[in-house]
Design a protein around this ligand. Structure first.
Ligand code: HEM
Length: 488
């Protein structure tokens, strides 16, 4: 322990010594600040790291040495080498158990093997129809609030993404868009709202203490609603599969014949984990709730931020609209032409670059790693992969790195692409990125061809006024993603 501590102290000195003027250690206190302070801290760590030859900044969080990474080469090496996450993610296990996203590395490795084939494009094609159906409801809902002044885009997009995630995962609809009081939708949204409050208050990390507080008891009730709901679906699904003679289904799959029936994530997880001998009901619950969580707020944040950015950059919005007119004309279906919408694609990527919904992720260093720069990252430190600041690194993105300029993605360089990690990187990266991009582009195209978005009255945004955002596990907008909607 002593030797390791010495090495860590030396590592901190090496990183810090290269940028000695603003000791980052002084900023660790902001972990106790508001959710907006947290984002400001990630930003500040990043700006200091941009001035450091290693692209790193380090600070002590109690006795943990945390290394914040803003250099894409270092980030790639760390994400490819380390799979364990920080103990700070433990509180997420209250709901998710050992679900792949926060599970410890040993369990995650086994689960990832089953998760990967679930995302094979031959199954995903069917999911796109789920997006299309839910988009129709979204457009109806948006049409009802045209001309009503400032409206928050969040409830619209988050219930659209929850309906889509639930549809993909179970082949059923919770109808969050039409019925915001649906017990699952309500408990899900309330659970993550409370969780966002908790992650910013380290004194609430202790499960024993939290459970005694009213907020902890409320979370317990939410968890019960969510688990009961999912357990019921899983039990029914398993019963149905046994009745349909699971063996025939598996044989059917082995022969690799084309099955036109819709298969939900749950069907596929049961099938790939070995049918009746595969995942237990608890494991299925853990994996399915991870999928719903992973697919919901990430995509809703991207859609909502894109709407706010477009509202505040009318020239960009006009170009998107011109492209939509040119490519789609009056055609009913967007979906067949999504690949032709190059400028829209650039807008989505630029949104994800400047405002990655998961602005940071974490890893635990369990062996020494020598970087191409020669610096050795020592066993025992913890990494903060700062996607937010990798995406704003002027060495990769140029002097206008902080500006919203989708055109940069029309002539993006390979070096820039390797500095673009909104979906993570390496073996633990996002399995759903392709589905996410399809769902987001489809929704934006359908929305923007019918409505113009204009800025909300309560805030400024532009080249010199970046959006004020908070760290609520996912990135959120201080002004609640407010815009005004006008009919085209
Ligand atoms: C804009 C939308 C999305 C963004 C920005 C996003 C981002 C991410 C990131 C950054 C990670 C890796 C976290 C880490 O390295 O610690 C991740 C993991 C994951 N994502 Fe996504 N995601 C999105 C949408 C989706 C969708 C639609 C799905 C599923 C349908 C999905 C499924 C997953 C899963 C299962 C993992 C865990 C992978 C593992 O631990 O092996 N994501 N996502």
């Amino acid at each position: 322990v002593k030797i390791r501590s010495k090495k860590l102290i030396e590592l901190h000195r090496q990183i810090k010594v290269n940028f000695p003027y603003v000791p980052v250690i002084g900023h660790a206190y902001k972990f106790i600040g508001t959710n907006e302070d947290r984002m400001l801290m990630f930003d500040e760590l990043g700006r200091q790291a941009h001035c450091n030859p290693y692209g790193l900044a380090s600070f002590w969080l109690a006795h943990y040495l945390c290394v914040s990474i803003s250099d894409p080469v270092c980030a790639s090496a760390v994400l490819k080498t380390f799979s364990d996450k920080w103990p700070v993610t433990l509180s997420m296990r209250h709901l998710l158990g050992n679900g792949s996203v926060f599970a410890e590395a040993e369990i995650w490795r086994l689960r990832r093997k089953i998760l990967i084939p679930v995302f094979n494009s031959k199954y995903c094609d069917n999911f796109v129809k789920v997006f299309e159906r839910n988009n129709e409801v979204l457009i109806e809902k948006l049409a009802a609030v045209v001309g009503q002044g400032d409206i928050s885009m969040w409830p619209f997009f988050s219930s659209y993404t929850l309906d889509s995630a639930f549809g993909m995962t179970f082949g059923e609809n919770v109808n969050a868009q039409k019925d915001p009081n649906h017990p699952f939708a309500k408990a899900f949204q309330d659970y993550f709202r409370n969780m966002a409050v908790r992650v910013c208050q380290p004194w609430l990390f202790s499960a024993a203490l939290y459970e005694l507080l009213p907020a902890g008891r409320r979370q317990e009730r939410n968890r019960r609603v969510l688990w009961d709901y999912l357990d019921d679906i899983i039990t029914k699904k398993k019963r149905k599969i046994s009745a349909e003679k699971l063996e025939n289904e598996l044989e059917h799959h082995r022969q690799n014949t084309v099955n036109n029936n819709f298969k939900s994530f749950l069907d596929l997880l049961i099938e790939f984990s070995g049918g009746e001998d595969g995942y237990t009901d608890t494991e299925l619950r853990e994996e399915t709730i991870v999928l719903i969580l992973a697919a919901t707020d990430t995509s809703a944040t991207t859609l909502s931020i894109a709407a706010v950015l477009l509202a505040n950059h009318p020239r960009v919005q006009d170009k998107v609209y011109e492209e939509l007119q040119e490519v789609l004309g009056d055609s009913e279906r967007c979906l067949d032409n999504l690949a032709k919408l190059k400028y829209l694609d650039a807008v989505v990527k630029e949104t994800l670059r400047l405002y990655p919904p998961a602005p940071v992720t974490v890893r635990r260093c369990d062996k020494d790693l020598e970087l191409p720069s020669g610096l050795v990252l020592n066993n025992g430190c913890y990494f903060l992969l700062n996607f937010w600041s990798i995406h704003r690194n002027p060495h990769c993105w140029g002097a206008d790195a902080d500006e919203f300029r989708p055109e940069r993605f029309l002539s993006v360089t390979p070096q820039q692409l390797s500095a673009f990690m909104p979906f993570g990187h390496g073996p633990r990266s996002c399995t759903g990125f392709s589905l996410a991009l399809t769902s987001i582009k489809l929704s934006l195209a359908e929305t923007l061809r019918r409505f113009r978005v204009a800025p909300g009255a309560g805030y400024a945004c532009g080249a010199r006024a970046p959006l004020r955002v908070t760290f609520d596990i996912m990135l959120k907008h201080v002004h609640n993603f407010e815009v005004q909607l006008e009919r085209r």
